[in-house]
Design a protein around this ligand. Structure first.
Ligand code: ADP
Ligand SMILES: N[C@@H](CCOP(=O)(O)O)C(=O)O
Length: 293
């Protein structure tokens, strides 16, 4: 049996829309076994228990790229990453399926090649990159090629995710974005993205907090997130070092220096109408791992 473990991700990180991503220490574990015939899926909600399952579809696409075929497959999973919350559940499924196929079918594809296949399935590279390479990544797609650069991340940076009891789909959240942006707003985001990366490497919280601003996506998407303004106010009052929408939302992410922030927030957030899980997280440095069990 092949076991693939994939970390959660927080994509965009403010100004780096569709570019920056960071792997977090929350994991989905997928097991793959060849069977005589058919498809068996265990460990996921009933709605995903069919051939449209994203892990299975990604497995099949990767197998095709390798020129291989599987007659029967059993996929079982144990998942920590909440679905449709902006923490990369879809990228975890895709990376899980692609890596599962490569290992089970002896595809022999390189990490960079598996990354390329996974990005093609997801459509943007920013959450696939940290799931594959771990840590803090910046990535681009040029024609059919994918490029990922991994940055150093200061050990001082810790994270506090606020995960609400409602979902938003990435596909729907992308429909809210404008077709065009002004030159001024483009420059605003490019400059901050470049500065942010070095500030995250050095653990310079003052610069992180300034450079994390964005004019391209969050103002449109916050309308999908109930109580966004209230939650942001609570985070700022409790001295969050930086606050942003994780991926396409609705999870709201804080970069923090002091894990004590997590306890302070829990008390303040309890009285809101929606239930928000407060989760302390650290960066995952390594990305996807594969084992033969
Ligand atoms: N365990 C799972 N099995 C099959 N598909 C899943 C599973 N978890 C997530 N997905 C797929 O990923 C989709 C959610 O992806 P998306 O809207 O991008 O949100 P996010 O990646 O932020 O969680 C689900 O609608 C489903 O298609
Ligand atoms: N850049 C994408 C990132 C989506 O990440 P997810 O974790 O919400 O799937 C976007 O913002 O649409």
């Amino acid at each position: 049996m092949v076991r693939v473990t994939v970390p959660a991700t927080t994509a965009n990180i403010g100004p780096g829309f569709d570019t920056l991503g960071l792997a977090l220490n929350m994991y989905n574990v997928y097991n793959f076994e060849e069977t005589e015939l058919g498809l068996i899926i265990e460990g996921c909600p009933d709605e995903y228990n069919n051939e449209d399952n994203l892990i299975y579809k990604s497995f099949v696409i990767a197998a095709k790229e390798m020129g291989k075929e599987v007659k029967g497959l059993k996929i079982s999973m144990n998942t920590e990453i909440p679905v449709s919350r902006g923490l990369g559940s879809s990228s975890a499924c895709i990376v899980g399926g692609v890596y599962g196929a490569n290992e089970l079918l002896h595809g022999g594809l390189s990490k960079d090649e598996l990354f390329r296949i996974a990005v093609k399935i997801e459509g943007h590279p920013d959450n696939i990159a940290p799931a594959v390479y771990g840590g803090l990544t910046a990535s681009i797609v040029e024609d059919d090629k994918t490029y990922c650069m991994k940055y150093n991340l200061s050990e001082k940076l810790k994270f506090c995710a606020l995960i609400p009891d409602f979902e938003t789909s990435t596909c729907e959240a992308r429909k809210l974005l404008p077709q065009d942006v002004t030159f001024k707003d483009a420059v605003f985001n490019i400059s901050r993205t470049a500065v942010l990366l070095k500030a995250m490497e050095e653990g310079n919280f003052e610069v992180i907090s300034v450079s994390l601003k964005d004019k391209l996506h969050q103002k449109y998407r916050k309308t999908l997130i109930h109580q966004y303004d209230e939650v942001k106010k609570i985070c700022i009052e409790n001295k969050s070092d930086a606050f942003f929408i994780s991926g396409s939302g609705p999870t709201l992410m804080n970069i923090i220096q002091n894990p004590e922030f997590t306890n302070r927030i829990k008390v303040s957030i309890m009285n809101l109408e929606h239930n928000w899980i407060v989760k302390y997280l650290e960066a995952d440095k390594y990305g996807v791992t594969v084992e033969q069990i």
